[in-house]
Design a protein around this ligand. Structure first.
Ligand SMILES: NC(=O)c1ccc[n+]([C@@H]2O[C@H](COP(=O)([O-])OP(=O)(O)OC[C@H]3O[C@@H](n4cnc5c(N)ncnc54)[C@H](OP(=O)(O)O)[C@@H]3O)[C@@H](O)[C@H]2O)c1
Length: 227
């Protein structure tokens, strides 16, 4: 092997090690199953936070994820994580986040939707502000980024065509780091401003799901950037 090839390989290895981190994913449902293996495929170590970390469900998810992943109780899973994904039922977010303990300095990715209503007729938002704002209030020293809430979990794994990941959060560098994960998955991050704008992002899920329910035209969100 040529010396230049060896040096390039070593540099790439160093770069991937420098960027790999521990990501806690709270929950072992559809979104956790989609995002965990995707993030592991990008070189990150996943710790699933589960109420039953020794269950067969958690064990098979850990096995499918690989890359030194593991499962622990939610409050234990976040301890060494720089990024925490709360892939949990939308109406339980505040209670679950408060149960995680100190999230100071961590990026918290919020893919949740606070859905209320009837899945056969019409859904609406079950909170006055947004889940992302509720999480930010519950964990004021964390950097909350709304992301991954406006697409089905299948599109997170195998996107059919270009799909935008709508992001909202107050910390610019946190959004840049989440955007790196999004791009690594073959999806297109778009910054929609501060965390208070998560109210509108969560409303976009309502529009999308209600179109599916009616049925009106089904669609994916893809925003074309105008240079
Ligand atoms: N499904 C999608 O395609 C999709 C797409 C985008 C966004 N979302 C949003 O992402 C969030 C997660 O969706 P999901 O489809 O992954 O949900 P899910 O399949 O129901 O999984 C939720 C997970 O939350 C954990 N959990 C913790 N406390 C819980 C409790 N008291 N009751 C029930 N589960 C509890 C469970 O893990 P343990 O049992 O291991 O504790 C469970 O596996 C939701 O807010 C949803 O609106 C979903």
């Amino acid at each position: 092997m040529k010396i230049s090839v060896i040096i390039t390989t070593l540099l790439l290895l160093c770069a991937s090690v420098a960027h790999s981190e521990t990501i806690a994913i709270i929950g072992t449902g559809s979104v956790a199953k989609a995002l965990g293996p995707e993030f592991a495929g990008l070189g990150h170590t996943i710790v699933y936070g589960s109420r039953e970390p020794r269950s067969e469900k958690a064990k098979s998810l850990v096995a499918a994820t690989g890359n030194d992943s593991s499962a622990a109780l939610p409050a234990d899973a976040v301890v060494d994580a720089g990024i925490v994904v709360v892939a949990v039922p939308g109406l339980l977010v505040e209670e679950i986040v408060r149960g995680l303990g100190d999230l100071s300095g961590k990026i918290v990715i919020d893919p949740t939707n606070p859905l209320v209503g009837d899945w056969e007729t019409e859904l609406s938002l079950g909170v006055a502000t947004s889940n992302a704002q509720i999480i930010q209030e519950a964990a004021p020293e964390a950097f909350v980024v709304k992301a991954f809430s406006t697409l089905n979990w299948r599109q997170m794994v195998e996107p059919e065509g270009p799909i935008s990941i709508l992001m909202a959060g107050d910390d610019e560098s946190a959004k840049i780091r989440v955007a790196e994960l999004v791009s690594g998955m073959g999806l297109e991050p778009i910054d929609l401003g501060p965390v208070k704008n998560a109210h509108w992002v969560e409303g976009m899920t309502i529009l999308w799901l209600n179109n599916r329910i009616m049925p009106r035209p089904d669609f994916e969100f893809h925003l074309r950037i105008v240079e």
